[in-house]
Each structure stands twice: as structure tokens, then as C-alpha cells.
Design a protein around this ligand. Sequence first.
Ligand SMILES: NC(=O)C1=CN([C@@H]2O[C@H](COP(=O)(O)OP(=O)(O)OC[C@H]3O[C@@H](n4cnc5c(N)ncnc54)[C@H](O)[C@@H]3O)[C@@H](O)[C@H]2O)[C@@H](O)CC1
Ligand SMILES: Nc1ncnc2c1ncn2[C@@H]1O[C@H](COP(=O)(O)OP(=O)(O)O)[C@@H](O)[C@H]1O
Ligand SMILES: [K+]
Length: 530
Amino acid sequence: MLNGTEVLTTAQMRAIESAAMASGAVTGLDLMERAGAGAAGIILNQYPSARTALVLCGPGNNGGDGFVVARHLHHAGLDVRVGAAIGPRHMPLDARTMGHLWLQLGPISALTCDVMKDREFPPDLVIDAVFGTGLTRPPTGELALVLKETTCLHAGVWGHHAPAIVSLDCPSGLDLDTGNPLIRGQPLMGASAIPLPELTITFHSLKPGHLLADGPEYCGRVEIVDIGLHGSRAIIKVAFPQWESLRKPPGHKFSHGHALILAGGQAGAARLAGRAALRIGAGLVTLCPPEPIAPMPPDALMTHPIDTPLALEDVLRDERIRAICAGPGLGTGRAKDMVPAILKSRRAAVLDADALTAFADDPRELFKLMHERVVMTPHMGEFGRLFPDLAIRLQEDARYSKLAAAQDAANRSGAVVLLKGPDTVIAVPSGRPVSTHQVTEAVIHRADDVPWLATAGAGDVLAGIITGLLARQKQPLEAAALAVWLHAQAARLFGPGLIADDLPDMIPAVLRGLQKSQSSSSVATALPMT
Ligand SMILES: NC(=O)C1=CN([C@@H]2O[C@H](COP(=O)(O)OP(=O)(O)OC[C@H]3O[C@@H](n4cnc5c(N)ncnc54)[C@H](O)[C@@H]3O)[C@@H](O)[C@H]2O)[C@@H](O)CC1
Ligand SMILES: Nc1ncnc2c1ncn2[C@@H]1O[C@H](COP(=O)(O)OP(=O)(O)O)[C@@H](O)[C@H]1O
Ligand SMILES: [K+]
């Protein structure tokens, strides 16, 4: 069982809203009131000196939330103006009701660019309630112009008076399943065509688009309002470890697992992986180059040459070998020979780098031997070699998410797929066809704050940490999710100047930090969530 924060796709969010309403526990109007009131509370708290607000309301329920925020800001004493894309009587029922409640307090202007250029009303706050989870296509016409206008507010018509933009649920125009902006054509000169808020206030839980692709850059800070929905069965998580799951129970070295790291002629990358596997607590780690190599520190890393698949099969008769890592520095020729023997042994395994590239010509050859205790760890280039159609779709279809691509890849290959990058996603095979919005079990990890991780060999260390955890008998999804967090946290603790060689040696500090922070009860708050 993974600990972490839940993330709901937009379809899952709609499903739990509908279920709550169908059960009679709550009405749509109640949910909208809680959403808007909660958002207004956060806004008032974070912008205590704001005196004026301009609320931009779209045609759906996101616009309804906007009316609720407008009402609460008005009651708190702010001078509030409201612009709406359509009149309340044309809006969905709950939004219409909220629009009529606002009309008892103030007028509604047509939402055009003129509203944004009223020199008589320079707002301290602009509340973006144009589109939320219901966005289905790129905004066009006047609304597209209004959204683009929000991006000019900083340098805009109000001179030095730059309002703070706050978006409800998401910056309008961002797809909350993918983190891609849905815009027609390319943004001009790198300028955004959708709002760039300081703060995004979402409801009940994060959505994938807050974490994937460009989402975090668009969203700014993200706050979540509890709207009293329960019983969600979210299976996407932003995972973070509990010390309990990493603590070493009493035992001897073999009870903590023996891991093999297959190496090529140059064993440098494999050494990085091996050192990481040792540091995360595998009982023994053996480096297996094709020929004997001179011993090098760390001495704790054993070596045992393995030259042929038959020799590997022979070594794997030892049941105490629990996990194998293949890929870092392996060479594609050797990988092609060895990987089938690894997979036939049915041992838990990590396939990375050359172990993936070796099968670019015929990925099915790899997939037909696959089993669910294998974790594949491609970066986007390697992913494209094994799943070219999915990689192309990711580039061309703004509504296809990295999460859906990883899940499609997991289903096709039969392995757990960890697709790397600043937004790393992990998906397990479900055996079920996936649609963009229906993910089964997955983890998202965002690591924008550690760009130093993008350094040669960092992926080898990640493969080694996963292998060490598999040797310690963690389940593949848990091993992968823990490893991604530990890896990023190691980089975070080291800071600028990091090279891959530094990462394994930061693991003890990461573990100590985890142990210390969780000896008190405030576990979740003590840990970075990314
Ligand atoms: N359903 C509920 O009870 C709740 C909904 N909430 C809010 O409701 C939002 C979702 O509401 P909706 O499903 O109405 O969706 P939105 O308010 O995001 O907008 C959808 C509306 O815009 C139209 N539309 C979509 N793309 C368009 C485009 N490119 N150009 C012009 N019109 C376009 C749709 O046809 C629809 O009328 C959430 O994001 C959240 O803010 C919250 O109040 C929580 C409770
Ligand atoms: N911009 C970034 N910010 C944070 N982490 C990143 C970024 N780019 C890559 N990473 C992470 O760094 C590691 C790089 O791995 P990989 O691309 O396999 O490199 P190598 O093959 O050189 O080891 C991965 O864990 C990846 O998720
Ligand atoms: K919005």
C-alpha cells in the first residue's frame, strides 16, 4: 500500500461528484457553494490587502464557482466587478442559481476584452473562472482573446498596477488531465495564451494536469479546497515514503536480498547502480561484467563475471538472488543476449537503457517474455524506441497524457513502466484498455526543483535504487515509487553541482532525514510532497 496524496482524473472527479449527489448526501449547489466559499476564504487569507476584484466567469460550472467567489469577496468588503461569457439563464442550473444570487448584489457585464481594459477599475485581484474541468476544445473567439488579455495584465493597461491572478480549478485553457494548454495555434513569441496565475485553487484533490507537462508552470501555487466529498477511490498518487516501509527489520544479509547488476565492458554505469542498490539496503550486491575486472571501491560491491546467458542461468539457480538490474553500461549486443535469460528466470528485474534500446527493432520479442515483476525505466527517447506510436501520439495529441501513455505502454508490454523526466510517471499493467481519462494504478512524481538531476548517470542510480528495493522484496510499483522519491530527495539534499556519483552517497542522509522527521507524528507535513 502506497502512502501519498490522491490525484483524480477529471472523469474520476465527475464520477465521485455524481455519486455523492445521487446518494442524496449533497446537492450540486452545496458543492458549488463549498467550492466558491473555500476559494474565497483562501483568497482573503492570502491577499488581505486586496480592495478590488474582477471576476471572469465562463459558460459552465467553473463560472458558477466564480459567482460564489464574487459574492463572498463582496461580503468581505471588496469592490467586486463580474464579467460573464453568457447570461446566467443560459448557464447550467447550479451556475444559474449562483448567478442570480450575485445579481442581487451587483451587475454582470459581458465578458469581453473591454472589461479587462476599464481604466476606471484597476483590480487588485483577477479571478479566472472561465473554464475548469469541462474544457473540451481550444477556446476561440472573444473568450480566447479575454484569456490572452489576462497574460498582458502584468504590463497592461493599468500601468504599474499589476493585479494578482487567481484561477479556480485551473488556469482556463489548461487541460487538467494532461497539463497541456489547449490553444489554437502556437503562442506568440513564447507568450502564453492562457492565464498565468500566482495561485490556482482546486477542489477535493489535485488533478494530473496540475502535475504533468507544463501544468505546474501555468498553475503557480496550488491550494486544495475540501468540498466534503468522501469515498474517492483514486488510484493515482503523488507518493511519499513512510520510514516504516524503508526501515530494515532484523535479519542477516541474505534476508535483505541479493541483487545482481549486469555490467558491460565499461562497468562505470553499472557500478553507480550497484552502489545505489547497496545504499538502499540490499544485503548483497554483485556486479557481473563479461570478464574479470580489477577491484575498485566500493569494496562492498562484489564482482562475479558472467559471459553468456547459460552462465547467467547457472548463477540464477541460487534462489537467494532476488533482483537483477540490466541496462546501465551493458551494451546493446550483450543486452540482447542476456535479457531473455533474465526474463525467463522470472526474477524481479529492472530493465533500463541498453536493455530497452536493444529491442528497438522488435519490441514484441521483449514483451512476449515479460512479466509484472519487471520495471522498465525509459526516458522519453528510450520510450519512443519501444513505443513509437505512443510517443508520436504524445507529441501530436494535446489531450493524450504522459500518464495515459505510460499506462498504454504497461498494458502493451506487461511490465511496470516508469517514464522519466521532470514529471516522472509510473503505471502498472491493468490488462484493460485505457482511455485518456481512465487510469488504473499509477504514481506521478514532479521534480522541477531538482534540475540538477538531469545529469549523465542519474538514471543508472535510479535503476540501482529500484533494484535494491526489489531485492528487499518491495512490490514493483512501491519499489519504483519509493525510488523516484528517494532519488529526487538525494538530489535536493546535495543541491547545485550534483553529479550522478554523488547520489548513492546521499541516500544515508535521506534515510536519516526520513527517520528523524517521522519519529514525530507530523509525517506528511514534514516531507516535501514532490
Ligand atoms: N459539478 C459540480 O457540482 C461542481 C463543479 N465545480 C466546478 O465546475 C467545473 C466544471 O464545470 P463544467 O463541467 O460545467 O465545465 P466548465 O465550467 O469548465 O466549462 C464547460 C462549459 O464550457 C463549454 N466549453 C468547453 N470548451 C469550450 C470552448 N473551448 N469554448 C467555449 N465553450 C467551451 C462547455 O460546453 C460547457 O458549457 C469544475 O472545474 C469546477 O470549477 C465545483 O463547483 C465543484 C462542484
Ligand atoms: N529537468 C529535470 N528535473 C528533474 N529531474 C529530471 C529532469 N530531467 C531528468 N530528470 C531525472 O533525471 C534522471 C535522468 O535519467 P536518464 O535520462 O536515464 O539519464 P542517464 O541515462 O544519463 O542516467 C531521471 O530519473 C529523470 O527523471
Ligand atoms: K479556471
